[in-house]
Design a protein around this ligand. Structure first.
Ligand code: ATP
Ligand code: MG
Ligand code: MG
Ligand code: MG
Length: 439
């Protein structure tokens, strides 16, 4: 993309009403614009990051054997009356009436809708196990929308639902989700720690939240500092293996790590004092096992191998895709702007032309642009007729991991400058070598 043809409305001023760094930086970098309280338009740069995260989530869900689909945002109230949640859900649910006076709602989550789909088609245990998921906008009329996309009212969530014959099978689905979530966050360059949590309005027995440690997080968390040393890394996981998934789950959840809702002071105090941590975290996902909580009232049953009708065991599993962008920026920024991890960056590399209109500099930039594109990378070329300082400030603000600076002086010696956004270190290299350094 050439910046002269792009739409990147960066702001020079710091927005006054944005209280935390990620919110300020998303506004300043022209990623989002508030449409109304807690509801945002995703401008091109923000949309690009959102799509990158979605792509990672899709890949990791499908790697785990989960099947993508898409359910609508608007749902009929009748389904929610069947589960009993229409009245229970409270004011967070946006209720809508259509022209025929039918009660509708903007889905805050999809347990009812997916259970209805399941019961309409599946009747035998032979069709199980089954896990369906989608990435779709949700609406929750949060009492205090704030911190930009971190606590929006409309937000993008991946939500997946498993249907299994037995509790054991459903617990395997739970563990499989836990592993796939760990992989997802690690690929994004984030550490999200599974912590024992409370199940809230989704209900159920087993649940873990995934928390990114950050001072601006809304959750209070208590953990053994040794949990932060555990990484999934590049180990190979067979998602069909009950034992492997269980072993990873146990490894990641053996040490004390809980949110304030389930915090147990006595158990916490049993950890050696130098490892006790009280901190704040951002909830970027949650997994639930809730058995037959929805299948029973809604009649989602299958025939088992003895010919008996039994309600299926279910769980649901959510990732806050749009909130993750806020969490990523909270974890990766400095005074000058965002610092994208390579896995989620909107563009892999910025090209800054120090002398736009100079035939040699323009040709060198065009050559770099082509070489990067040919290498399968996505460059952003600042070809505007602007001061160098302004171009650098924009690149720092939007946080691309690499910048290649091209000017007539360097070109005389056959070099361009390659700068790492994270370390700030620069190197003078031939254009070919500069391109080969960017992955
Ligand atoms: P919170 O405790 O922050 O209100 P939640 O527990 O109500 O979140 P879940 O029902 O577990 O949320 O939804 C799954 C994921 O969706 C959450 O882990 C979070 O990452 C994301 N999410 C929930 N509410 C919001 C929101 N208002 N804005 C952005 N993301 C959200
Ligand atoms: Mg909530
Ligand atoms: Mg929560
Ligand atoms: Mg939650």
């Amino acid at each position: 993309m050439r910046l002269s043809r792009y739409f990147l409305p960066v702001l020079k001023e710091t927005p006054a009403d944005a209280q935390i760094a990620s919110h300020r930086l998303m506004l300043r970098a022209g990623m989002i614009r508030q449409a109304s309280a807690g509801i945002y338009s995703w401008l091109p740069l923000g949309y690009k990051v959102l799509r990158r995260l979605e792509q990672i989530v899709h890949e990791e869900q499908q790697r785990a054997g989960h099947i993508p689909m898409l359910m609508p945002t608007l749902q009929s109230a009748d389904l929610w009356r069947e589960s009993g949640r229409y009245d229970d859900y409270g004011e967070e649910m946006l209720r809508i009436t259509d022209r025929h006076n039918r009660d509708m709602l903007y889905g805050p989550t999809n347990e009812e809708l997916i259970t209805d789909i399941f019961r309409s088609y599946v009747s035998s245990y032979k069709s199980l196990p089954l896990t369906l998921y989608h990435i779709q906008w949700k609406f929750r009329d949060e009492i205090r929308p704030r911190f930009g996309v971190m606590r929006g009212r409309e937000f993008l969530m991946k939500d997946g639902y498993n249907f299994d014959l037995t509790k054991e099978d459903a617990l395997h689905a739970y563990n499989r989700h836990l592993v796939s979530y760990l992989r997802t966050y690690e690929r994004m360059g984030l550490q999200a720690i599974p912590m024992r949590a409370d199940s809230g309005p989704i209900g159920g027995d087993d649940t873990h939240e995934f928390l990114v440690l950050a001072e601006t997080g809304e959750s209070e968390v208590f953990y053994d500092s040794a949990v932060t040393d555990i990484k999934l890394g590049s180990r190979d996981i067979d998602y069909d293996s009950v034992d492997q998934c269980k072993a990873v789950m146990e490894e990641f959840t053996a040490l004390y790590a809980r949110t304030d809702e389930t915090h147990d002071e006595a158990a916490f105090n049993a950890i050696s004092e130098d490892r006790r941590r009280v901190a704040r975290g951002i909830e970027v996902g949650q997994i639930f096992y809730f058995g037959t909580k929805y299948s029973e009232p809604m009649g989602a049953t299958v025939v088992n191998d003895k010919g008996e009708q039994v309600p299926v065991h279910m769980g649901s599993h959510g990732i806050g895709v749009s909130r993750l962008i806020g969490a990523l920026i909270e974890a990766n920024h400095d005074d000058n702007g965002i610092i994208w991890p390579e896995g989620v960056t909107p563009y892999h590399c910025g090209i800054v032309n120090l002398k736009q209109g100079d035939a040699e500099a323009d040709a060198a930039c065009d050559g770099l642009y082509k070489a990067l594109t040919d290498a399968g990378l996505d460059p952003l070329y600042d070809d505007r007729d602007e001061r160098a300082g302004a171009k650098f400030a924009t690149m720092d603000l939007i946080g691309l991991p690499w910048r290649i600076t091209v000017g007539p002086r360097g070109l005389k010696n056959g070099v361009v400058e390659l700068t790492s956004r994270r370390t700030g270190e620069s190197e003078e290299l031939s254009p070919e070598i500069a391109v080969s350094r960017i992955k």
